[in-house]
Design a protein. Sequence first.
Length: 314
Amino acid sequence: MFAPAVPVTVTREEHHQHILARYPVHGDVPRRVAVELAWCTIGSGKYQGHQAIEVRLDGSRVGELTYAMSQRYAPFLRSVSARGARPGCEALVHLGKRGIELELYLPRHTDGVPMAPMTRTLPPVPAGPMRPLDPASHAVPPMRAPLPGKAKSNHGAGFVVAGVVGVITLIAVIAGSGEDAPTASDTVLTTTTTSSTTTTTTTTTPPPTTTTEVAAPPVTTEAAPPPPPAPAPTKAPVTTTRRTTTAAPAPPKPAPTTAASNCDENYSGCVPIASDVDCAGGSGNGPAYVRGPVRVIGSDIYDLDRDSDGIACE
């Protein structure tokens, strides 16, 4: 982007109003845009076939510089293009005598090639929702406690077996010594008592509990009688009234407005707006001419002030 310093008028915007209409301007407030500068060939006029600079807005042609201005800023475009870049500058879109017009802001032609720094503002990145941690991947496995009941059951079974073996051994010793042995009923009673105690402790289960549900008596609901039907609405008689409308006379056509001035605002007096203007009586071939002297109050887009003293066509 060239550094903006002086305004430069764009010509031939009247042929591209359908493209400039995409950038509407409200009232006297201009619209600031960025345009691209490229090469083109002049199609008509005194410098037909010569190279000039055209103005592009979003890739579409919207006008061009005069031959004099194109020659003045040609070194700027060549310098930027040699570096592989695309030259551009700031511009104002505003309403003028020719409809929607453009005004460029370029560096002074006596300067080098000042470039404006390219800045780009990135939109803020919206903060996303916090992602919760996966509890399954961060959970601590619980510690396994020993099962005391199982160990106690093993020790209890060992004591029972040892008791039974001891009783049988005692009976065998008594029988072998010839002493009076206890009766079978006593022996069975002792064995049964020990076994019964052990069995009761490990295998006793509570009796099942039976719950009887009593069904509630059915509830009988009597349906309410339907409401009486509403009376049918009566239709009121409809009265039709015809209205007679008299068409108002058409408004008179507005008087044609006077054509806008065809004078370029860069010069005093009235320098016509054309593709090229030369001084009357000079060597130029038009197509438009102006009789001097004329004061340059803006940009000398037609290169009428050859000695750059502010007075053209002396």
